[in-house]
Design a protein around this ligand. Sequence first.
Ligand code: 13P
Length: 272
Amino acid sequence: MNAQRSGSRPLLAGNWKMNPARASEAAELARGVIGAARAASATVDVALLPPFPWLLGVAELLHETGVGLGAQDCFWEPAGAYTGEVSAVMLSGWCQWVLTGHSERRQIFGESDEWVSKKTKAAIGVGLNVILCVGELDDQFEAGRTDEVVSGQLQAALEYMSPGDSGRLVIAYEPIWAIGTGKNADPEHAYKTMRAIRRVLDESLGDEASSRVRILYGGSANSGNVGSYVELPLCDGCLVGGASLKAHEFARMIEVVAEVYGGPTTEEATTS
Ligand code: 13P
């Protein structure tokens, strides 16, 4: 299968979730990835998504490296009495990226499709690139309802999206049963679901705007399986959790993606 969708560069994003516990560990992790990311920068986009308190420190380390920085969530109001929240506006000075609709936000913190939609619109409105996550539960997968569930989440999230904003949108397909379980989805299943995602994008935004939206896979992705996803014609990269917390492993993933896309990699990339 042809790896390259016209005009789309692959993206590898590391979602650190609520890790690591200390600022010094966050700095070490970021430093450990920069070499590989720079070596592959002609071919692969790389973004790191640390917890809020580590954003500024990691921003300094990433300055002028070409590695993107992102947050894991945002709130749609710009400022005000919203205890504990961080607005998209506040992030826009530091970050290029933000996640919306991650399944942990939906499942643990009860985020609705409507909230995901408002967050996505607000983030794009202030110039952030959004990685919008969709994915089905184990029982929905078993019942063969993946396409229906994922399409519904996506349609709801795209409600306020204008086709002109599509270049700042990335969709991450993350089956919930594959997240943190070591049971990565069969690439065939991922491919079929990405076809359903592409259909919704085409219908909602039109073919041209849809073609600017990248689609990622997420869920127990690692250096051993990332190649099987980025080889899929509809897959433009991966959103990585656990494996992004090990600098060498994430660096190796960057190299594999660059290799699949035929770009340069260097020996020192995994060891810097
Ligand atoms: P894991 O790679 O640890 O399964 O996590 C995936 C994820 O949720 C990324 O957002």
